[in-house]
Design a binder for this molecule. Structure first.
Ligand code: AMP
Length: 439
């Protein structure tokens, strides 16, 4: 298990194959890349950039962490800046759609960074932010519009934006957009786009419905699949605890040296607030991010976490997908998700950009069926309910693989939970030997 240094959330990166200049990108973009410290393209960039520069449509099977944002942003900037001109009022030349506001904001940051030395203007259109300001920005004109589908559809209905000048369309994290019910909005938006555009389509998974949509929107696309290559190194464990022991266990884990910064997932908004409060009370810097918080609060919490000012971000699944924060040492599933795919997306928030990461799930007896569904989906085996009945071995250490043979002795009765947080944590440590780690 890799130990992480106690630094803000920034992590290492793997070097792979060719150079950016060999991919044919223009000088302003190359110098922005150098400024960002991106020396070598990732596999998806090596494959996607030449295809997009050559004008092909692209169908990419990749998750965040693979470098896919740069893979579509760099050629988009290159191509638009080949034919510069004043941005037209209400008529963007490129449209990037993402499922969540956070991801949209993140993509916009990348567009701004990589395009810093071009004259291209970008704008963000997301829900939860004042619409009047967005209309004003659109009237002034942007070349590249980054949007979530719902708000963009609203603005289209209000005739505040027209899509007939779009040369390049990017659909990012399509599977999540569909999960979130955006299919109608996507259909309404894409129906207004010119036929002779270039289209880029990224999804982490490709079930039949998504393949059908890709087929309808793309024209003879180049296919890029980097999922297998980008398999992150995540040490996954499950800690079998009672519901009331979860907070103590979390505090114990967060106090570990290896825990530099972590994302804690809660199933409910109320739960996320409660966890955050308890972590703060125990002396940890933690903030919550969920749908009941204002857009400003969400953005501030995310920024503080990225800077390293807040060590723990407690989130509902709004933050499970797309968000790129390097150096997240731990993902803790305080509650197991109902939908097993969500587990995969949650734990993908660690082990970003070639780094290693730890994912720990706190599983109470009531969550057994969720765990079984996760095991079925991932092929990992974390242990059956029999594990819980084993007597803990006093010398067994956390994160050690549980190699004990099953015992038939009855389960030792769980100690009563004390209300004092620290004492609770101690009890949870005693229960840690129930944990099983999957390879
Ligand atoms: P993404 O998959 O687009 O979310 O990118 C994951 C992270 O990798 C982001 O923080 C990028 O800034 C970073 N990144 C993307 N491409 C490169 C590269 N070629 N070299 C170094 N870092 C990169």
């Amino acid at each position: 298990m890799r130990a992480f240094a106690k630094t803000p959330c920034a992590g290492p990166r793997k070097n792979i194959v060719t150079t950016f200049s060999k991919l044919g990108l223009s000088r302003p973009i190359l110098s922005a890349l150098a400024k960002e410290g991106h020396e070598t393209p990732t596999p998806i960039q090596t494959k996607a950039i030449p295809a997009l520069l050559a004008g092909h449509d692209l169908l990419g099977l990749a998750q965040t962490g693979s470098g896919k944002t740069a893979a579509f942003t760099l050629p988009l900037l290159h191509k638009l800046s080949e034919t510069p001109g004043k941005a037209q009022s209400m008529r963007p030349r490129a449209l990037i759609l993402t499922p969540t506001r956070e991801l949209a904001g993140q993509v916009r940051e990348r567009v701004a960074a990589y395009g810093a030395q071009t004259k291209l203007r970008n704008g963000l259109v997301i829900g939860g932010a004042p619409i009047a300001k967005q209309k004003h920005m659109l009237r002034r004109g942007v070349d590249i519009l980054i949007a979530t589908p719902g708000r963009l559809e609203d603005l289209m209905k209000q005739k505040a934006v027209h899509l007939d000048a779009v040369e390049i369309l990017v659909l990012d994290e399509v599977d999540q957009m569909l999960d979130m019910g955006f299919i109608h909005a996507i259909r309404a938006i894409t129906a207004k786009l010119p036929e002779n555009r270039q289209s880029v389509f990224f999804s982490a998974t490709m079930p039949r419905e998504i393949a059908r949509l890709a087929n309808a929107l793309l024209n003879d696309p180049v296919r890029v699949d980097v999922k297998a290559e980008a398999r992150p190194k995540i040490a996954q464990s499950v800690l079998f605890v009672g519901k009331s022991e979860k907070m103590g266990a979390l505090i114990k884990i967060a106090g570990e040296d290896a825990f530099t910064c972590g994302l804690v997932f809660s199933r409910t908004k109320h739960g996320a607030d409660k966890i955050t409060k308890s972590l703060n009370a125990a002396g940890f810097s933690a903030q919550a991010i969920h749908g009941n918080r204002s857009q400003g609060q969400r953005e501030r919490a995310l920024k503080a976490f990225k800077r390293g000012d807040t060590r723990i971000l407690v989130a509902t699944d709004i933050a499970a997908r797309g968000i790129d924060i390097q150096g997240v040492s731990h993902v803790i599933n305080y509650d197991l998700p109902n939908v097993p795919e969500t587990y995969v997306h949650r734990i993908g928030r660690t082990a970003r950009a070639g780094a290693a990461g730890i994912a720990i799930s706190l599983c109470s007896p009531e969550e057994r069926s969720e765990l079984r569904n996760i095991e079925r989906l991932t092929g990992e085996r974390f242990g059956s309910s029999n594990n819980e009945k084993r007597k803990p071995r006093p010398t067994q250490k956390r994160f050690q693989k549980n190699t004990r043979k099953p015992q038939r002795k009855p389960q030792r009765s769980r100690p009563k939970v004390d209300s004092a947080i620290v004492r609770e944590a101690d009890k949870a440590v005693a229960g840690l030997s129930f944990m099983k780690q999957a390879d």
